[in-house]
Design a protein around this ligand. Structure first.
Ligand SMILES: [Zn+2]
Length: 240
């Protein structure tokens, strides 16, 4: 038996066999490589567009929602991360005003102002420092009227481009929220919207004071849908 097993083993390790096996492995690897789709950002209207996402509030400023043991600042930040991934997938160059639970008053050039205005100035300062093309500020709304619900996109009063961008994003959000009757609104009193040089919108994703909106905004799948709607809206505006 031992005499037979030796030559059998030798057949399998002949140099020619190794060469054939290597060739098969190489060819199957090549086939797999060629069959794979090209990875990386797909060229398009968002390619290299500089977008700054501003998750509202942070640090000692929780925003709205404490009454419901929810913090607006956390919802804004989570949504900002999701939006960033989607916009980068489309080729945009994306930055965030904050990447953690912090407020930005230390960035304000005016140190004498109160903390809240300084925090807002910090965001305006970053929009300029980053040479931003589009700033998207993310917030959660609240109202005394419990029935009020749905996302609202704000833009700077008098800005035609702002109106077009806000309208495109609002349209996508209305697709996601067909029950909503909200429309994009101009504003002249929102520091981040009215003080930046770049094209700016502020998205209030829904009302924390409405139980349906509140439930939705706690659902990570729904936040992903919101991020997709905002991304699509920006893309629609750039395609117009
Ligand atoms: Zn807010």
């Amino acid at each position: 038996m031992s005499k037979l097993s030796k030559p059998t083993l030798l057949i399998f390790i002949r140099p020619a066999t190794i060469l054939v096996l290597t060739l098969i492995l190489f060819l199957s690897g090549m086939t797999y490589y060629l069959a794979e789709p090209v990875l990386g950002p797909v060229p398009g209207v968002l390619q290299k567009v500089r977008i700054l996402i501003d998750p509202g509030h942070g640090g000692i400023d929780p925003g709205t929602g404490e009454k419901f043991e929810l913090y607006e600042k956390d919802i804004n930040l989570d949504l900002a991360f999701r939006l960033r991934v989607l916009l980068e997938e489309k080729g945009a160059t994306v930055d965030l005003t904050r990447w953690s639970d912090q407020e930005l008053s230390y960035l304000s050039p005016d140190l004498k102002a109160k903390r809240h205005p300084r925090d807002l100035w910090g965001r305006v300062f970053l929009a300029q420092a980053y040479d931003t093309a589009i700033l998207v500020s993310l917030h959660v709304n609240s109202s005394r009227r419990e029935a009020e619900r749905g996302a609202i996109v704000f833009y700077a009063q008098g800005s035609e481009e702002g109106k077009a961008l806000a309208g495109a994003v609002q349209a996508q959000l209305l697709n996601l929220q067909p029950y909503s009757r909200q429309q994009a609104l101009p504003t002249s009193s929102m520091r981040v919207v009215n003080s930046t040089q770049c094209l700016t919108i502020l998205v209030e994703i829904g009302f924390i004071t409405n139980s349906d909106d509140r439930q939705q905004m706690q659902d990570v799948e729904y936040r992903e849908q919101l991020a997709k709607a905002i991304t699509q809206g920006i893309q629609d505006y750039l395609t117009q």
